[in-house]
Each structure stands twice: as C-alpha cells, then as structure tokens.
Design a protein around this ligand. Structure first.
Ligand code: OOG
Ligand code: MG
Length: 261
C-alpha cells in the first residue's frame, strides 16, 4: 500500500544508525501513517535499551517543547520527554563535536538535580521542587535526525526529543534560594545578544515542567530517580551552532556557559 511500518525495534535502530552515521533522514510519519505517540515512546525506550546495551548509563531525562518559543518554532504545542545518558554530557569548555552532529542547535535551559525520587501521579510544582537538591543553568545542543528538523510529534518522540549533548553550567543553587520564574538567560552568538527569556517561559515555572515529567512517567509506570538530572526545556528558540562561532548563555544567578562552536 506504499506504507512502510518498520516496527519498534527497527525504527529505534534506524534512528541510532542515523545519529551514528551523522546522516539525516525523512520523518517516519512520511511512510508510516499509523505511527502514533504510544508507539513513538516505545521506540524511544527501545533506543535507550540499545544505548545501555552498548555501555551508556541512564542519568536522567529531558523535557522538550515546554516554552511557547520552542512550541511555535517547531509547530508542535505538546511537551515531550526524552532520556539522557552519560554519552550526552559535553564537559564545559570542550568544543562542540561537529564531526558527530548533523545540524546542531543550542538552547538555554534550567536543569534540576534530584535529591529524592519523584513518582507521579499527583506531583505538583511544589512537591516537585521539594525533591530538587540543586538547580543549574545549562545549554542543550539538540540535533534532530530528521532532515531540516522537519517532523511530527511521534517522529521527534521516537528520536529522543532531538537529544544530542548538553553542558551543565558552573553554579548549582538550592532552588529555595532563587526565584526561578525570574531567573533570566541571555543568549549570545558571536558577541551579540540574540534572545532572552526567564524561567517563567518554561510552563510558568520550571518546577511545573518537572512535575509534568514525573506525572507523565508515572502513567508509564516509571519514576524520576534520586541523582538524576532533568533538563526542563529550551527557554528561548534554539540557535544554530556554526563551526567557528561562539554561543553563550548567561544566567542571572547561575553563571555562564560558553560553547566553542
Ligand atoms: C525538539 C526538542 C525540543 C526543547 O528543549 O524544547 C527540546 C526540537 O526542537 O527539535 O529539546
Ligand atoms: Mg532542549
């Protein structure tokens, strides 16, 4: 019928192969019309299983499309989750590994380190924040495996929410000592401020995004574990990371992160 349903395992392998080969591809929904969100999360989980089988360690989760800036740019208004592994950590000061990335973009994020396990349903922003031991600024480097970042919601979920790398900022604060709705990020590209936002851009408060993650995982019988990092989603639109350029995020209380692009 001209349709192509690779199935969960094969789809996970196709997307990992695309990342490994640094080769973009067409979205799965182009040829797999019945590909739905539940199947997409199964593909994401299968890709995590394959990553762990090759030695990667699960260290947390990321949220995506939690701000209007991101939702409007990508044309999808629903937040989503992805997995974080140790292979996605880019130590501060290390250059962006362009040879390993298709078309990287950078976005400033507020990042939580969990001191306690969080299990949905019923997690509120207040109870979520209570489980946080420290909040950091950071930059996520996203890199869709789909050509020109063209995708529908199931595609980007299957692709682990375009995850590629992230850099944790230098300052970790007790979240009770900082008003995260007012925490600002300035995005600088080659010396020019190109965008700004505060934490309120992320679901009204980034702890709301954390609660959303705990509750969404709860529906799948999963939890956010103590010791995990949670990226709460791009506060602003993402900027292209061109080789040789310099992208920085300056936070009001959480320090600066600079990428040598
Ligand atoms: C989807 C990933 C979104 C965020 O923070 O919103 C994301 C994309 O923009 O390709 O990481
Ligand atoms: Mg992000």
């Amino acid at each position: 019928l001209g349709t192509n349903s690779p199935g969960v395992h094969a789809a996970a392998e196709l997307l990992l192969a695309s990342a490994d080969a640094v080769a973009d591809r067409e979205p799965l929904t182009d040829t797999w019309p019945e590909f739905d969100l539940g199947t997409a999360y199964a593909v994401q989980d299968e890709a995590l299983r394959l990553r762990r089988a090759r030695g990667e360690t699960l260290i947390g989760v990321k949220l995506g499309l939690t701000s209007r800036a991101k939702q409007q740019r990508m044309g999808i208004d629903s937040p989503l989750l992805g997995w974080l592994t140790d292979a996605m950590v880019l130590p501060a000061g290390e250059p962006v590994p362009h040879a390993e990335l298709i078309h990287p973009r950078a976005e400033p994020e507020l990042v939580f380190l969990l001191g306690k396990r969080l299990t949905g349903p019923g997690v509120t922003a207040a109870s979520a924040l209570d489980a946080v031991s420290a909040v950091y600024g950071g930059i996520e480097i996203i890199d869709s495996r789909y050509r020109d970042f063209r995708f529908q919601l199931p595609d980007v979920v299957a692709d682990n929410a375009s995850s590629a790398r992230f850099v944790l900022g230098p300052v970790g604060l007790d979240p009770s000592t900082v008003d995260l709705t007012l925490e600002a990020a300035l995005v600088e590209v080659d010396g020019q401020i190109v965008d700004t936002a505060t934490g309120a851009a992320v679901q009204g408060h980034p702890a709301q995004a954390l609660a959303l993650a705990a509750n969404a995982l709860g529906e799948r019988g999963l939890a956010l574990e103590a010791g995990w990092l949670v990226l709460t989603g791009g506060m602003t639109d993402a900027v292209e990371v061109r080789p040789g350029s310099r992208v920085a995020a300056h936070f009001s209380h959480l320090g600066s992160v600079t990428l040598a692009g």
